[in-house]
Design a protein around this ligand. Structure first.
Ligand SMILES: *Cc1c(COP(=O)(O)O)cnc(C)c1O
Length: 368
């Protein structure tokens, strides 16, 4: 029996348009605030898949994948790029590539995605010791937060594990790390023979919010990962950026964890469209406006936000309210929108109708 869930498949594809229209129906991406990974591939992406190169992408990148890698590397001020199947794989490949000879440790924000949400893969595959740091401003790490944790690796203190990489994340919980602070940390690291990695899964959002370019941020780092499947809306994939030697080695690491894909063009053509239509097509700024409007509405209802709304995320604080997260989820579900936590993520396919429902739910609950 055919499923009633939008995009559940199980039937021949009538047309890209009709498939795409499924996300406009309640229950589809247009009504889903759980994450920006809930976007649905557009007709343009589905069409791009049909003209993808069908060549092998393991030893060298196939033409479709090469086009994407070169385009994004150029935009981000790096020599080369390597497509990987996920942001998780991108962080693993990047960090494994930067770390050469143990003992070594990685300094990161204690909330870092690769520390908390990637099943420990980076540490399992590299043997690195994590050095988590809490940002004193509650938003992003500063050089002053990092300095007391740095172990310079000159070998004189044999008990300490030397810091070989500082890994930053931007955006983190939807908040932007300012360019000036990013530059200070990277300059300190490089002056002390420490490598720097940027988990820029949502760097697209940070540069949209600040008006900086991708290159302003990305070129400061030895390696960078960026996701195509979050706010840009591609079905899968991420990229690792670095210089040619780094990317050559990264291809080896990718292969060692089974990340080589035979015909990646089917996915990379869709990702190319996502970069072109969503990022270069400037669709992200609108999502920040919507997020800000929702955040302001929540505050106008007399409630607080856990974090400021700087990009596409709204963080709800329930302290002091007569209702909780479960009530928002239940009332939202009743009215046709999908939420799952205190974090609301706005993506470019969220409909105005869904935003209205969400704001009405907020009004109703804070009033009662
Ligand atoms: C989503 C995300 C990742 C991992 O990306 P996947 O494609 O889901 O594996 C890594 N870092 C950050 C900051 C992310 O938000």
């Amino acid at each position: 029996m055919a499923s009633q869930v939008p995009n559940a498949g199980g039937q021949p594809l009538a047309s890209a348009e009709s498939r795409h229209n499924e996300w406009l129906s309640p229950g589809g991406a247009a009504y889903d605030f759980r994450s920006d990974v809930r976007t649905s591939p557009t007709p343009a992406m589905l069409e791009a898949i049909t003209y993808a190169s069908l060549l092998d992408g393991i030893q060298d990148s196939d033409p479709s994948t090469k086009k994407l890698e070169e385009h994004v590397a150029a935009m981000a001020g790096h020599e080369a790029g390597l497509w990987v199947v996920s942001g998780t794989m991108g962080n693993l490949v990047s960090l494994r590539t930067l770390l050469t000879q143990p003992p070594y440790s990685i300094i990161c924000d204690e909330r870092a995605h690769f520390l908390n949400n990637e099943t420990g893969g980076v540490f399992a595959f590299s043997g690195a010791v994590p050095q988590p740091v809490r940002p004193s401003n509650g938003k992003y790490l500063t050089l002053e937060d990092i300095l007391p944790h740095v172990k310079l690796g000159h070998g004189e203190k044999v008990h300490a594990v030397p810091t070989r990489v500082i890994a930053l994340e931007n955006t983190l919980r939807g908040m932007v790390m300012p360019l000036a602070e990013t530059r200070r940390i990277c300059e300190f690291a490089h002056a002390n023979e420490i490598k720097v990695h940027l988990d820029g899964a949502r760097l697209w959002e940070a540069v949209t919010a600040t008006g900086s370019s991708l290159a302003d941020y990305a070129s400061l780092f030895d390696t960078v990962t960026m996701c195509f499947s979050k706010g840009l809306g591609a079905p899968a994939g991420a990229i690792v950026l670095g210089n040619k030697a780094t990317i050559r080695h990264a291809r080896w690491v990718r292969q060692s964890i089974g990340g080589g894909i035979r015909q990646p063009g089917l996915l990379t053509e869709a990702a190319f469209v996502a970069v072109r239509d969503t990022f270069e097509g400037k669709k992200l700024a609108k999502t920040h406006e919507v997020a800000s409007r929702i955040g302001r509405h929540w505050e106008a209802c007399g409630a607080n936000l856990l974090y400021p709304t700087e990009t596409n995320m709204v963080w709800l604080d329930f302290t002091g309210q007569q209702f909780g997260l479960a009530d928002v989820i239940a009332k939202g579900k009743e009215k046709g929108i999908t939420l799952n936590r205190d974090r609301l993520v706005i993506h470019y396919q969220i409909s105005e109708a869904a935003v209205q429902i969400l704001m009405d739910v907020m009004t109703e609950l804070t009033r009662s």
